[in-house]
Design a protein around this ligand. Structure first.
Ligand code: NAD
Ligand code: ZN
Length: 368
């Protein structure tokens, strides 16, 4: 059994298919969705070792497997040298205009593989097969691709919508608990930004979402993927501001990640969990949000084991000044004002593009 979510964009319509054990039938599904294409799989060595065999066998049965390109795991892989080598490997595998790249991995593989597909032979199709919780609910949907440079993360890239997203929730069982929990922060984000009933459901059911019991993990992935897809359809290229709501917790979070050097010290999801709690506390302190809602956020993150305090970052902590500088770098400050996603309550996020830096300074002094 599976669920299909249609993503209807002006120049492309594609499906997100979410289910269990989709790898073994991927070949047939792809043959139906993209007739005549052949497939080159991009993956990282962790995912390839654990999950490539059934996918490869399924593509081979269709006679459509060109081969695989396996990159090293980790954020450092999202760089020009690896991209260049990957493009040449894909050409060596024989990828032609009508063929397709399958990005089979977490967000790193999705961003890198999607970028390679978008420039290879002036653009070939890409199918996203996300294998982390974060990728299934966020990065595989929406068509953003990219790599990092010394100037910052994701500054080079393209918009390249996938032709299909196949999310097999069964592969999440091999994910480390820490990676799963970090991805869960993005799941909770969808509830916090626009869906209070979903957040309430997560408060009741997070244990089964984590254990994979009773189809509840799948329900969480589906609800999140649908929320992401809706925002992408409303604002594909981040022009109307609708997509900006997805940045709940991210302006604080990106600054904390940058402070920790994008290392294992603080995963993206851990950083945005702290960031979301900060956004709610800031909203309460400015009379925008009932205090009980901020308490719920904090309690839920604490229950699942996500950090909520800057003090929870292992090692040295950022000073107020350092954090402000990093926040100002992440989001352009215009005339001493910064845009932040705040909340009128759980499920009621909004963009406040007029946050004065001195107010933020006062707030962060209490948090750092
Ligand atoms: P990741 O791709 O580095 O994966 C995390 C770790 O889990 C890696 O070590 C990987 O090898 C391993 N892994 C993946 N699937 C596994 C599985 N099923 N079992 C066991 N191990 C597995 O990290 P991520 O959190 O998935 O993605 C982070 C990246 O996503 C960042 O580079 C970020 O910039 C990007 N991102 C992109 C978008 C977008 O819209 N394009 C959105 C959010 C994040
Ligand atoms: Zn995020």
């Amino acid at each position: 059994s599976e669920t299909t979510i249609a993503v209807d964009l002006p120049e492309r319509r594609y499906d997100i298919v979410i289910g269990e054990d989709l790898l073994a039938t991927a070949g047939e599904r792809l043959a139906a969705a993209l007739p005549r294409a052949r497939y080159a799989v991009v993956s990282d060595s962790n995912v390839a070792a654990l999950h490539l065999a059934p996918l490869k066998a399924s593509l081979e049965r269709q006679g459509s497997f060109l081969g695989s390109a396996v990159v090293a795991p980790g954020e450092a892989t999202k760089c020009f040298p690896v991209l260049a080598k990957l493009c040449e490997t894909l050409l060596d595998l024989g990828v032609e205009r009508g063929d397709c790249v399958i990005a089979f991995g977490g967000g790193v593989v999705g961003d890198l593989g999607g970028f390679a597909a978008s420039i290879l032979r002036r653009g070939v199709r890409v199918v996203q097969m996300p294998t982390t919780l974060l990728a299934q609910v966020d990065s595989a949907i929406g068509g953003k691709t990219g790599i990092d440079t010394k100037q910052g993360k994701n500054l080079i890239g393209t918009f390249h919508q996938p032709s299909l997203v196949l999310a097999d929730v069964a592969v999440l069982s091999t994910l480390s608990e820490r990676e799963f929990r970090a991805g869960y922060a993005e799941v909770a984000k969808y509830g916090l930004l626009g869906d209070e009933p979903f957040f309430a459901w997560l408060e009741q059911n997070w244990g089964d979402v984590f254990s994979g019991h009773d189809g509840k993990r799948r329900h969480a992935v589906e609800t999140s993927a649908r929320a992401k897809a809706e925002v992408v359809v409303a604002d594909e290229r981040e022009e109307s501001g609708r997509r900006a709501l997805l940045n709940l917790g991210h302006t604080f979070g990106h600054a904390l990640e940058a402070f920790a050097g994008y290392s294992d010290r603080l995963l993206h999801g851990e950083a945005i969990a702290i960031g979301m709690r900060l956004a709610f506390t800031y909203s309460v302190e400015h009379g925008l949000c009932p205090p009980e809602d901020a308490v719920r956020v904090e309690k839920h993150f604490a229950a699942v084991g996500l950090p909520t305090e800057i003090a929870a970052i292992p090692g040295d902590k950022p000073t107020t000044g350092e954090l402000l500088r990093l926040m100002a770098q992440d989001k352009k400050v215009k005339g001493g004002k910064l845009a932040l996603v705040l909340a009128r309550g759980i499920g009621q996020a909004f963009v406040e593009d007029d946050v004065a830096m001195d107010r933020l300074t006062e707030f962060l002094k209490k948090e750092c």
